[in-house]
Design a binder for this molecule. Structure first.
Ligand code: ATP
Length: 269
């Protein structure tokens, strides 16, 4: 179907305070918020507002969350799409969806467009035998031409997430397109503690719960993994009808998730 395949939220309540850690990334994105809120300031001095920012980092580190926070802080509509959902079997469908998306966003400007997994359409073109994938290339070309076609003062900023910046077509990274990169890495010890804090907010904890200790036990965990740990611990506690989560629930949750991660790494990777 040619139906639109993107989300649109007129108001997003997510704020930078909902994203734990990633202080450097926030510093860079505060600027994007200012572009959206005060475009006149930049135009007055003859500066062109950047159009595209790549959010680069492994899965589950909060790229989507961060994009939503930019939208929430700037108080502008949030258009979102997963790049892989744009493409179909029939050549031209993806490009037509991209056109509709940008048209809609222009009408709502200032606005954010968030493209998740940009690498699924943004890979280097023409690499495969026989010239490659026409639907994918046309979809990518349409994104590039929409970005080039922005009028000055359109105030649409495109945030795109990827964990594979190395495979992207260089045309995407040229000045005037995705010419800025913001790194959203796995959290360090302090950041894991902060992320656990965000997800423990409002949950009944027994006094024995040692958050720094949980953070120490979860090296290489992403924000999404940590959120999962907190929820699994709460489920463990509720399952045996406790009214508070205690440390043993976290240890059980950790065992369960570590085992799950090991299994998935055996079967999938
Ligand atoms: P993917 O690349 O897999 O789409 P992502 O980097 O976009 O992942 P999100 O989908 O934003 O990650 O993260 C999943 C969930 O994990 C978030 O909705 C949030 O609840 C939690 N989370 C991740 N990182 C953080 C963080 N830094 N602070 C608070 N919560 C986080």
């Amino acid at each position: 179907s040619r139906a639109k395949r993107y989300g649109k939220e007129n108001r997003v309540s997510t704020k930078f305070a909902d994203v734990a850690g990633h202080d450097e990334a926030k510093k860079e994105l505060v600027e994007v918020v200012d572009f959206l809120k005060n475009p006149a300031k930049y135009h007055a001095i003859g500066a062109e507002i950047p159009k595209g920012v790549l959010l680069v980092g492994p899965p589950g580190t909060g790229k989507t969350l961060m994009a939503r926070a930019v939208s929430g802080e700037a108080d502008v509509p949030f258009f979102s799409v997963s790049a892989s959902e744009f493409m179909e079997m029939f050549v031209g469908v993806g490009a037509s969806r991209v056109r509709t998306l940008f048209e809609d966003a222009r009408k709502s400007a200032p606005a954010i467009i968030f493209i998740d997994e940009i690498d699924s359409i943004g890979r280097k073109r023409g690499a495969g035998i026989g010239g490659g994938h026409d639907e994918r290339e046309q979809t990518l070309n349409q994104i590039l031409s929409e970005m080039d076609g922005f009028e000055k003062g359109a105030s649409i900023i495109i945030l795109a997430a990827t964990n594979r910046p190395d495979v992207l077509d260089s045309a995407l990274l040229r000045p005037g397109r995705f010419d800025r990169q913001v790194t959203i890495d796995l959290p360090n010890l302090k950041e894991r503690e902060a992320i656990l804090g965000v997800h423990l907010r409002g949950k009944p904890l027994s006094s024995g719960v040692d958050v720094p200790e949980i953070a120490k036990s979860t090296p290489y965990f992403s924000g999404a993994d940590l959120k999962n740990i907190v929820n699994e611990a709460a489920l463990e506690a509720a399952r045996i009808s406790k009214t508070q989560i205690d440390m043993s629930d976290f240890y059980r949750a950790l065992d369960k998730i570590t085992l799950g991660l090991e299994n998935s790494s055996l079967t999938i990777r």
